[in-house]
Every structure is written in structure tokens, then in C-alpha cells.
Design a protein around this ligand. Structure first.
Ligand code: TRP
Ligand code: ZN
Ligand code: CA
Length: 457
């Protein structure tokens, strides 16, 4: 789902009609069973989004010292492996092992994806933070390979370390976002965006559509920095710009080569993308030096793709601000909509009488205007008034006919009524369509009716 989407709420509130006879209703009322059944239903105007919003949790500050400690480790890895961390060289795999070790220890689910490029094995590292809606993924990535001429500390130790420390901050906070979080470190970017292209081309279409947005971080600590924001998905762009505006730091649109980094493959298949960049070999203008400081007439990164791209080739302020901006965007975009917990509810309150020891009956809720699949934790509200619940077999039936058993019959379940909320993993079902609550009474004597059926997405 696109991050700009706002799901609409439409509650179906059909008028009430007693499905049971007047005598039966009187009997039930006498037995105190109609407590939830007597209030008149609100008339059928669609519910408006509630204003009782829950505030999103603010992102933590990303400690610059921790980001720089990762850069020192990447620098040592290069020094110990012939001076670089390039695709096909031992320094690259050592970099992967370093990042993976940190993520595994922090509770991420990691996997290494191998590919071959220019006759050498390349590696992408993918890290998933458990939890969140698997159908809405906020994804951040950075290329981990350097060119062969140096250690690649700004290009792209900076982005790699910034998102690594953000991932570790997710773990420290034990953050529970509404959306699912995924991070990736790409291989062979310097050979032509090879790793990220490989990842996207091997991602089934159904998986692509689950990515709400991809955020790219390639060169975020340039020594003579600019503050550039990719001009792509408007929601992602605004999230970054708002952060810098809050710091009082001006930003510009990134123009030093659109499509020159790993967001390109995502963008090409229609996934919303965004990112940050502090500049490569292009020259800082006088106007830019005016607003950002630094040296006009000089490249943003004079050591771009050179042996001097070392730990000395980093502007700490830029690295700090961009790492914090990454965390801010990842937190903000994954928090989900600011609706109260529970989400959008669709309901049918028309009563349906359940024949005694008879055929199954259904109550239908029509869901429309949603994107993608139903949630992994679809809330199924069941309100059945009945004098012996053990008689009842209850299923949720998805629009395609798939049935999910909510309750079996049981001769020992001798209570009345079924008034509860079941949680169903409906993530393999399209959200839109006619959902049914199917109820069958399989034993003689006791009777009742479906009072209400509601789905909360
Ligand atoms: N991706 C390039 C590299 O790694 C750097 C670069 C140039 C870049 N222009 C860009 C990165 C624009 C992001 C956006 O060498
Ligand atoms: Zn590069
Ligand atoms: Ca019965």
C-alpha cells in the first residue's frame, strides 16, 4: 500500500429487525439476554474517522558515537583486507558478517542472498524486525560495498552505519510498529546497482505490492555536505523535509543523478521510494555554502571513489542529522495511521435467526475501498444471542469462500450466547468483498439469533 493512502472507514449499520418471534424475544429479555440487543443501531451514515488519535511514538536520537564506531569497524575491515570492501573482495564479505552479527544479536531475522556478478559471488543482507503488518512493509536500505580504490567510508559506510544503528535502536526500544520493518545492505552497487536489482527482480509481484515504501541511504556524511532529499514519493519526501525543517536546516532536491543508487530498482516496479544524500563529486555553490556552511567551489566529497574516502572523510554533523532523519522517517512511516487501536470497523447488525437443529445461516459484511489483503490479526466480532451456545458451529467465510473455523459445537459448552471477538489470520485473503459469518445450530431444543457481526481491519 502506498504510504499516502488513508484507508476510509465505512461502517454498515443495517436497521434492526427481530429475527426471533416476539415471544422468544420476551423470553430472552426476561432471561436478561438482550442487554446488547436492545439499543437502537446508529443509522446508516458512514462513520467518520475518529479524532481520538493515538500519538505515534517519537523516534529515539541515534547516537553519533555509535554510528562512528561502525565506521571505525568498517575501516578496520578494509585495512585488514587489502584496503577496500569491494564486491568480490574479502573485505566485502567481512563487512556483511560484521553487520549481520550486530543484527542477529539484536533479535532481527537475517538472511543473506547470494548472486553472481563479474564472475564473483555477491551478497545482499536482509534483516526483518519481527512483527507489524506483513502486508505493509517499511523498508530501508544502503549499499555496503565500496569501490576498489578505498575503504568507502562515506560511500557508503555512512548509509550502512546509519541504518544499522537505526535498526539497533529499533531493537533497544523494542519498537512495535503497526507496519513491518525491513532493512537491507546491498552488494555490488558500485558495479551498477547489481544487488538491489537482483533482490527486486527475484521478489514475486505479490511481495512487491506489500512494500509501502523503500528509503535509500547512500552517502550521508559527505565532508563538505549538502542536505539533499530525493524528490520521489511525496509522503516520504515530506517526512524527511519536516524533520530537517524542525532542525532549521534547509534542504534541496537531490539532482546529482536520479536513479544512481539502489532505490532505482524499487522505483522501476512502482514501489514508492525516497532517500537522503549529502553530495558526491558535484561542486558546492556559493548559495549552498551560504545556507549550509562548508566550502563553495569545492566538491561535496572530494574523496568520492578515492583512496582518501576514510574515517577522516566524514562530516559528523551531517552524519548525525541524517542518521536521526533516517530514524525519524522509519518510525513515522511505520507507525501506521493515527486511528485508535482497533482500526476500521465494518458491521452488520441485522438480526438473523438460527433455525433449531437446522441449516446454516449467514450474516454478511461488505468490505470495499481497501487496498491489498486483510490483516494477519483480523478482529472478528461475534454477537450471538442463544440459549445454549454448545449447539453452535461458527465460521468466518472470506469473500473467496475460504472458511475459518471460529468455534466448534460441544455438548459440554453449556453456557448461553457467543459474545466475543476472535482473531483470525486473514492475511492471505483479499480485504474487499462479501465476508460472511456462518452459524449452524446442530442440536435440538435451544435457539437464538445472530445479533451482530463485525470485522475490524
Ligand atoms: N550511488 C553513487 C555511488 O555509490 C553515488 C551517487 C551519485 C548518488 N549520485 C547520487 C547516490 C545520487 C544517491 C543519489 O557511487
Ligand atoms: Zn559509490
Ligand atoms: Ca438447538
Amino acid at each position: 500500500m502506498n504510504l499516502s493512502d488513508r484507508s476510509s472507514i465505512s461502517a454498515i449499520s443495517a436497521g434492526r429487525r427481530r429475527g426471533t418471534t416476539a415471544a422468544a424475544v420476551a423470553a430472552l429479555a426476561a432471561a436478561g439476554l438482550l442487554a446488547t440487543a436492545v439499543a437502537p443501531a446508529a443509522e446508516a451514515a458512514p462513520a467518520l474517522p475518529s479524532t481520538a488519535t493515538t500519538a505515534a511514538v517519537a523516534a529515539p536520537d541515534i547516537p553519533l558515537a555509535n554510528v562512528k564506531a561502525h565506521l571505525n569497524q568498517l575501516s578496520s575491515i578494509a585495512a585488514n583486507n587489502g584496503g577496500n570492501r569491494a564486491h568480490g573482495r574479502p573485505g566485502y564479505k567481512a563487512s556483511i558478517d560484521y553487520v549481520k552479527g550486530k543484527l542477529d544479536a539484536a533479535g532481527f531475522t537475517t538472511s543473506i542472498q547470494q548472486f553472481t556478478s563479474s564472475g564473483a559471488t555477491g551478497y545482499n543482507l536482509i534483516a526483518d524486525w519481527p512483527g507489524g503488518d506483513p502486508n505493509q512493509i517499511v523498508f530501508a536500505g544502503a549499499h555496503l560495498d565500496s569501490v576498489t580504490s578505498g575503504a568507502g567510508i562515506n560511500d557508503n559506510g555512512s548509509g550502512s552505519a546509519g541504518i544499522l544503528e537505526t535498526a539497533l535502536a529499533v531493537s533497544r526500544a523494542q519498537y512495535k510498529p503497526a507496519k513491518h520493518l525491513r532493512f537491507a545492505w546491498w552488494g555490488a552497487e558500485e558495479l551498477g546497482l547489481i544487488g538491489s536489482k537482483y533482490y527486486v527482480s527475484n521478489l514475486p509481484t505479490a511481495e512487491r505490492s506489500k512494500i509501502s515504501g523503500y528509503l535509500n541511504f547512500d552517502m550521508i556524511g559527505s565532508p563538505n555536505p549538502g542536505y539533499f532529499v530525493y524528490d520521489d514519493d511525496p509522503t516520504i519526501e515530506k517526512t524527511f523535509k519536516d524533520y530537517f525543517a524542525g532542525l532549521g536546516v534547509a534542504t534541496e532536491i537531490e539532482t546529482e543523478g536520479d536513479g544512481r543508487s539502489d532505490h532505482a530498482a524499487f522505483k522501476n516496479v512502482g514501489i514508492p521510494v525516497g532517500g537522503l544524500f549529502t553530495g558526491a563529486s558535484r561542486t558546492k555553490t556559493a548559495a549552498q555554502a551560504q545556507k549550509w556552511g562548508g566550502t563553495s567551489g569545492q566538491a561535496f566529497d572530494r574523496c568520492y571513489h578515492s583512496s582518501c574516502d576514510s574515517t577522516a572523510n566524514i562530516n559528523d554533523t551531517a552524519l548525525d542529522r541524517n542518521s536521526d532523519a533516517a530514524a525519524h522517517a522509519i518510525w513515522t512511516l511505520s507507525a501506521g495511521s493515527t486511528q485508535p487501536p482497533g482500526g476500521d470497523t465494518y458491521e452488520n447488525t441485522a438480526d438473523v435467526s438460527i433455525p433449531d437443529n437446522g441449516t446454516a445461516v449467514t450474516s454478511t459484511v461488505n468490505v470495499s475501498g481497501r487496498t491489498g489483503n486483510a490483516p494477519a490479526a483480523l478482529q472478528v466480532g461475534v454477537d450471538i444471542v442463544h440459549t445454549y451456545r454448545g449447539d453452535l458451529v461458527i465460521d468466518l467465510v472470506a469473500p473467496d469462500g475460504t472458511a475459518y473455523r471460529l468455534k466448534n459445537s460441544s455438548s459440554s459448552d453449556s453456557a448461553d450466547n457467543v459474545q466475543t471477538t476472535y482473531t483470525v489470520n486473514a492475511s492471505s485473503e483479499a480485504a474487499n468483498g462479501a465476508w460472511k459469518l456462518k452459524v449452524q445450530d446442530i442440536a435440538a431444543q435451544d435457539t437464538g439469533y445472530i445479533n451482530a457481526f463485525r470485522l475490524t481491519f
